[in-house]
Write a protein that binds this ligand. Structure first.
Ligand code: PLP
Length: 381
């Protein structure tokens, strides 16, 4: 039987709800029947709380409150942008999360994939050519930060190129929010996606930030909630939790980025010193401070994840968003990493609760496994 997990290094999959978030959610639920569409007192209290959260989420990303549309998840927010922005042509980067890639490939009448370079950064020259070749109104979708490798994309360059060709830009900032500074206004994108549970808020709450609500049409029809852009009674408690998480994450972001980068870099240095064959995927590219994608030569990632789990350490093989399935990573594939190397890559992602002790435990467990299963084979090969 697996030991209880004592070292959680899978924050990109989901972060534990912050204590302040849990308090705010339960306090809101305890208020009883509160529907923000009701005009009576309890309804007005609900509305007040939803609008406060809208301000908190907007403030985290340098947007205005009326640019925030709450949704039922980051996935739904991506779907809303892709189906609701009225573009028949889409260009999406090859390393997008499935919530963008699959949706665009399925729903857009015409969708092309923008390649990435070997370091995982989007190929800007290819984007330029793809836009120049076709003057159909286009939506370009390039994520702010990759969930598997942590690679940060050059959004300012993407916007500059897209604007020069009259295209609109969406960025999935689900992994970037709370980890790096985000300025929606300065980034000048048209749409941005956020998700509460990656920043210590509840699961099942997300948001689209849109330059103007006029740019979107609803995907879910019914009542007039969210200014007609997302029908359905609001998840008031969840939205309140998102707001509190956003405020806390924004307040800690700068200090946490430094602290987590030091822990992450220390871990990578310690492992490389003992295992020079190891590859830190995209270590030459700008990355999120909390993310490391590491290969263990000769040892499959499903074997690693199970061995770490037995040692009480939670990490993940690639993206954890596909219901526990370990499939070859389309992200590593797009970077030209061969399958036999890609299947040895594990993602370590740190967060608020990560400490020196956790990192030391992980380094010890990694080296122990590598010496037992990988090192001898690698050296003999
Ligand atoms: N986009 C990215 C980059 C993600 O990493 C994830 C989740 O892992 C999502 C979107 C989906 O967000 P949600 O889990 O809220 O649907």
């Amino acid at each position: 039987m697996a030991m209880q997990t004592s070292v959680y290094l899978d924050y990109n999959a989901t972060a534990p709800a912050r204590p302040g978030v849990i308090d705010a959610i339960s306090e809101t639920l305890r208020l009883g029947a509160i529907n923000p569409s009701s005009v009576h007192g309890p309804g007005r209290e609900a509305r007040k709380r939803v609008e406060r959260a809208r301000e908190q989420v907007a403030a985290m990303v340098g947007a205005e409150a009326d640019q925030v549309v709450f949704t039922g998840s980051g996935t739904e927010a991506n779907n809303l942008v892709i189906t609701g922005s009225g573009h028949s042509r889409m260009l999406v980067s090859a390393v997008e999360h499935a919530a963008v890639l699959r949706t665009a490939l399925t729903k857009a009448a015409d969708c092309d994939v923008i390649p990435v370079l070997s370091d995982g950064v989007v190929d800007l020259a290819a984007l330029e050519t793809m836009l120049a070749d076709d003057d159909t109104p286009t939506l370009v979708s390039v994520m702010a930060a990759n969930n598997e490798t942590g690679v940060l994309q050059p959004i300012a360059d993407v916007v500059r190129i897209a604007r020069a060709h009259g295209a609109k830009v969406h960025t999935d900032a689900v992994q970037a929010a709370g980890k790096i500074e985000i300025d929606f206004a300065a980034w000048d994108v048209d749409f941005m996606t956020l998700s509460a549970h990656k920043i210590g808020g509840p699961q099942g709450v997300g948001a689209v930030i849109c330059r103007s609500r006029e740019l979107l049409r609803p995907m879910v029809l019914g009542g007039g909630q969210e200014n007609g852009l997302r029908a359905g009674t609001e998840n008031v408690a969840g939205i309140v939790g998102f707001g509190v998480a956003a405020e806390m994450a924004a307040a800690e972001q700068a200090d946490e980025a430094l602290r987590l980068a030091a822990l992450r870099d220390g871990m990578e240095t310690a492992l490389k010193a003992e295992a020079p064959h190891l590859k830190v995927v995209s270590d030459g590219a700008p990355r999120l401070p909390n993310t490391s994608c590491l290969t263990m030569p000769g040892v499959r990632n499903d074997t690693q994840v199970m061995a770490f789990d037995l040692a009480g350490i939670a990490v993940s093989a690639g993206s954890a968003c596909s219901a526990g399935k370990v499939e070859p990573s389309h992200v590593l594939d797009a970077m030209g990493i061969a399958d036999d190397e890609a299947v040895t890559a594990v993602r370590i992602s740190l967060g608020e609760g990560s400490t020196d002790t956790h990192i030391n435990s992980f380094v010890r467990a990694w080296l122990e496994l590598w010496n037992r299963k990988g090192n001898s084979r690698t050296v003999a090969a």
